[in-house]
Write a protein that binds this ligand. Structure first.
Ligand code: PHE
Length: 387
């Protein structure tokens, strides 16, 4: 092909002006070489940075192709007509090759990542802690652990009790005022049913009788469980929990009782400066009797232990009355011992700063999650009873 303008005076100093066909061949060869080299390098580029480096080398401001395009200005129109389209074609071919390579690398990187982040949805889920141990259960376990360490075993008795075990055997005859004091729930009897009434046990003391009857003496035993009295305010609920204690042997004295209760409280509360008050009291089933209070404060609606001017009663205790031993078939001239009944709920309130007893039985999930214990948080002496 003869370039139309060639005859009428192309600038004579243009390097290739005189040998257009050979220019064309050389130029096309050079472009072809660039093309082959870059396409190869692009295809081999190991990552996106390498692709970008190649783009700058070829098409950047000072890139090889860009420089060549700048040379177009120095060419004759005929030469430009040959080199221009070829360079433009090369530029767009390399541009698409770069884009294609880049997206191929991106795809590869993504599949690599997906391989790593692959999720096996058929695997069983991690166990999720649901529910908590109620503070009452926790404290019952704590009490049991402490007394187990002192050599006590655990006994249980029925919650529906005969009035014999709940009262008579404990030296509370029918006309005794203590029967009224206990605000007892009596089970319904049909008219004409003249059996003595059953009651919801008002304390855990009937287990003393039941245990001695079946196991004999000597014995060291605690009996935690539910008890019932018709009473309802910030520190009383109609159902609450007690833990009975009974130690019978040949030479047990009030001193042993005091030591045992002090030892228990020290271990249970693990608070320096915890203060106990033994108060002379009266129970039909112990003689002498003592009630134990703990120093606490209620300031600002907060219940705190070991400070303040208030006292909270946590247990009743005393030396087992001879009549009680007799009622359980134990000879009081040979055996003696002490008994106590502590309020588990009260102990939990004091230890964990829970101001209102009624919340224990409201089943409010937020409360349960807040005051509840992790399932594996088992109280042991070596693990520490208190946290
Ligand atoms: N049973 C008594 C009560 O419920 C407590 C107690 C138990 C007192 C054992 C003395 C001995 O109040």
């Amino acid at each position: 092909m003869t370039a139309p303008g060639l005859a009428i005076g192309a600038p004579c100093d243009t390097p290739f002006s005189n040998n257009e066909p050979s220019f064309r061949k050389a130029e096309m060869d050079a472009i072809d070489q660039l093309r082959t080299r870059y396409l190869h390098e692009i295809a081999e580029a190991p990552d996106e940075t390498a692709v970008e480096t190649l783009r700058v080398e070829a098409l950047g401001k000072k890139g090889e192709i860009s420089l060549k395009m700048r040379e177009l200005g120095k060419m004759t129109p005929e030469e430009r007509q040959v080199a221009g389209p070829a360079l433009n074609a090369l530029k767009s071919e390399l541009t698409s090759a770069l884009v294609a390579r880049k997206s191929a690398l991106e795809d590869a990187a993504l599949s690599e990542r997906l391989k790593d982040e692959w999720l096996d949805v058929t695997r069983p889920p991690r166990p999720q802690a649901r529910g908590t141990i109620h503070p009452i259960s926790q404290v019952t376990e704590e009490i049991t652990a402490i007394f187990a360490d002192l050599g006590y075993s655990v006994a249980e008795g029925p919650q529906i009790e005969s009035d014999h075990y709940n009262f008579d055997a404990l030296n509370i005859p029918p006309e005794h005022p203590a029967r009224q004091e206990h605000d007892t729930f009596y089970m319904h009897r049909d008219t004409g049913d003249n059996r003595p009434p059953h009651v919801l046990r008002t304390h855990t003391s009937p287990v003393q009788i039941r245990y001695m009857e079946t196991h004999g003496v000597p014995c060291r035993v605690i009996a935690p469980g539910r008890v019932y009295r018709a009473d309802y305010d910030q520190t009383h609920t109609p159902m609450f929990h007690q833990c009975e204690g009974l130690a019978i042997d040949k030479d047990i004295s009030m001193a042993n009782l005091k030591w045992t209760l002090e030892e228990f409280c020290k271990t249970f509360f693990d608070i320096d400066g915890i203060e106990l008050r033994f108060r002379a009291s009266h129970f039909p089933f112990t003689e002498p009797s003592a009630e134990v209070d703990i120093r606490c404060s209620w300031s600002g609606g907060q219940l705190k232990i070991g400070e303040g001017d208030d006292w909270m009663e946590i247990l009743g205790s005393g030396m087992v009355h001879p009549k009680v031993l007799e009622a359980a078939g134990v000879d009081p001239s040979q055996w003696q011992g002490f008994a106590f009944g502590m309020g588990i709920d009260r102990l939990a309130m004091l230890k964990y700063g829970i101001p209102d007893l009624r919340a224990f039985f409201d089943s409010d999930l937020r409360w349960l999650r807040h005051y509840g214990f992790a399932a594996l948080d088992m109280p042991t002496l070596h693990g520490g009873i208190s946290r």
